[in-house]
Design a protein around this ligand. Structure first.
Ligand code: HEC
Ligand code: HEC
Length: 223
């Protein structure tokens, strides 16, 4: 098992994890509610019957996000529904977004997720060249990871340029450093559910604020 101690273990270890995770989420029977994008667009623009405010007022006219408010356009619908469920239940704590998520029915959560998925993600899936020594930390973390600390490359789970993979791995390549850092802090303070198999919760504890700034700056260059 010496190979596990090398600095760049075989990528197949991560691939095995990803396959297990995808299989697990299929077994867990993700929400069976079919979303309707047109109904979702109405909610985004005018809010919900139970009183959720119009999503556009914080997340932007086309889900492009604003300082302090994450972009939703092009995000994985399975991920969005899970976040809305967790925000509503309090497994992910947000004094602003929690009450809004509660004011959406299961059908409405699926509808807004379908709508946001239909909007374009502001980047293309380009895998950057594998960095060599001397390249900056952001490129290194995203494309290679930091195996000495047990951090796999962000690209392994979040896809090339951070466009997301499957239902479970959200797009992150479009996120601001500030928003990313609030989420890392939330995991480290136990205010956000650690996510599928606890994968991201564990990684969050190993990322410094400098790491996050470097990753966000690298993604911004790829866009
Ligand atoms: C008053 C401002 C506001 C409004 C209106 C609002 N949100 Fe949010 N939303 C937020 C904030 C702030 C966050 C980040 C919460 C955090 O830090 O965890 C957020 C986060 C989210 C997330 C998690 C995104 C991610 O990348 O994990 C989803 C999904 C979401 N909002 C959907 C919606 C939907 C759908 C609506 C409309 C029904 C809506 N929001 C309306 C402020 C708002
Ligand atoms: C082993 C897989 C894996 C790796 C590697 C990984 N992540 Fe994640 N990440 C996830 C999962 C799964 C989620 C979704 C968690 C959830 O559902 O709450 C996530 C969520 C996130 C989020 C929250 C997105 C949002 O919209 O709120 C950020 C930020 C993030 N990851 C950053 C990173 C960075 C930066 C790296 C590289 C240093 C990285 N991740 C590497 C699995 C991974």
């Amino acid at each position: 098992m010496n190979r596990l101690n090398t600095k760049t273990p075989s990528r197949s270890w991560v691939a095995v994890g990803v396959v297990l995770l995808l299989a697990a989420s299929v077994q867990a029977g993700q929400s069976t509610v079919q979303g309707n994008a047109a109904a979702g667009e109405k909610i985004a623009q005018s809010g919900s019957a139970l009183g959720a405010a119009a999503c556009v007022s914080c997340h932007g006219a086309k889900g492009e996000g604003m300082p302090g408010f994450p972009a939703l356009a092009g995000q994985r619908p399975g991920y969005l529904v899970r976040q809305l469920d967790q925000l509503a239940e309090g497994a992910r704590q947000s004094p602003v977004m929690g009450p809004m998520a509660k004011a959406l029915s299961d059908q409405e959560r699926a509808d807004v997720a379908a709508y946001y998925m239909s909007l374009p993600l502001p980047m293309k899936p380009v895998r950057g060249p594998l960095p060599s020594r001397g390249d900056d930390d952001g490129a290194w973390l995203v494309e290679r990871g930091r195996w000495a600390d047990g951090i796999p490359a962000c690209a392994q789970c979040h896809g090339p340029s951070g466009v997301g993979v499957g239902a479970d791995f959200p797009a992150i390549g479009h996120l601001s450093a500030d928003y990313m850092q609030t989420q890392i802090d939330a995991w480290n303070k136990g205010q956000r559910d650690p996510g599928p198999l606890g994968l991201m919760g564990k990684i969050a504890g190993k990322l410094t604020p400098e790491d996050i700034k470097a990753v966000a700056a690298y993604y911004a260059r790829l866009r």
